[in-house]
Design a protein around this ligand. Structure first.
Ligand code: SAM
Length: 290
């Protein structure tokens, strides 16, 4: 009996000691995203990639980035422990770094990482509890609470219309997500849904990245990128893609088929691909993607 109590209290002590270590992960949980953002802003991966040799010494990297070696070393130590860059020692006994698949990916997904870790989007997450409060018993009003709106006092589209910097970062971030992650999966798994479609309107198509990729993959297809006027007016031009500005609740340009790709903050990823045979969109469809 006494032995059991001693064992239990030993486990309890071990768990408590472990908890003291684990809790620090949460106290400084923000640091991981902050250091990765720092690496992107300094363009560390781009500089190592374009160096022309597989490794770059700490001293070369410090000079190229105009950063103090001891400060940069600490950032690199944090990153290399997570598999972002590899640390090596040169035959001359110097510290050097090379790319890993993860650090290489930083280059491709930089716009998405910068968007999701921007002060505006992080502020939404800081208001997550507002969404949950009073949501017991399926309280309908709690569905109306949008963390972004609690943080910024307006919906994300109105905020984007008034803040050109955020508008550009948002559209580039989602364009990057479409190009690097979503579209390769769509093309690999269900590209045949576009067979026979000669004109496609992407409703809420952002800066047109999605259509620019689709018209390249299906060169017979003409793309109409439909989004809010402030979004399409600042979008890059692409061959085979016409930008049209407007409100989808007022009208949707005519085409053989319509394509919706939407994501929501509170359900990690939602993608809806909706193809109409006639090009006509009924009110229920529009309500469901509103
Ligand atoms: C979540 S984003 C999706 C962007 C893109 N389809 C993607 O998946 O990367 C939703 C898009 O819908 C656009 N949008 C929001 N309300 C709209 C409206 N009433 N009419 C047209 N576009 C709208 C936004 O500007 C934004 O580009």
């Amino acid at each position: 009996m006494e032995e059991t109590i001693t064992k239990e209290s030993k486990w309890k002590n071990e768990e408590e000691e472990e908890a003291k270590i684990q809790i620090y992960k949460y106290v400084f949980g923000f640091a991981e995203a902050a250091v990765i953002k720092c690496a992107i802003e300094l363009k560390i991966a781009n500089v190592i990639e374009s160096h022309g040799r597989p490794t770059m010494t700490l001293s070369q990297l410090s000079t190229a980035l105009n950063c103090s070696p001891p400060h940069l070393f600490r950032i690199m130590r944090f990153l290399t422990h997570r598999g972002i860059f590899r640390e090596e020692t040169t035959p001359e006994n110097l510290i050097a770094y090379s790319q890993t698949p993860l650090s290489h990916m930083l280059i491709n997904v930089a716009p998405l990482l910068l968007l999701e870790n921007s002060p505006e989007i992080v502020a939404s997450w800081h208001n997550l509890s507002a969404k949950l409060k009073n949501s017991y018993n399926n309280n309908e009003n709690s569905d109306l609470v949008v963390p972004f709106e609690v943080a910024h006092g307006k919906d994300i589209w109105s905020y984007g219309a008034r803040n050109p910097g955020f508008n550009r970062m948002f559209n580039e971030g989602l364009g990057c997500n479409a190009r690097v992650i979503t579209l390769p999966a769509i093309l690999e798994n269900c590209g045949d849904i576009f067979n026979g479609v000669e004109s496609l309107v992407d409703v809420g198509g952002g800066n047109g990245t999605t259509l620019s990729v689709l018209v390249k993959a299906f060169p017979w297809m003409k793309g109409i990128n439909f989004d809010l006027p402030n979004v399409v007016s600042t979008s890059e031009k692409y061959d085979g893609v016409e930008h049209v500005g407007g409100n989808m609740l007022d009208f949707v340009p005519k085409a053989d088929a319509a394509f919706f790709m939407l994501k929501s903050l509170d359900q990690l990823v939602i993608e809806i691909v909706y193809i109409t045979a006639s090009g006509l969109l009924d009110a229920d469809t529009l309500k469901s993607v509103k």
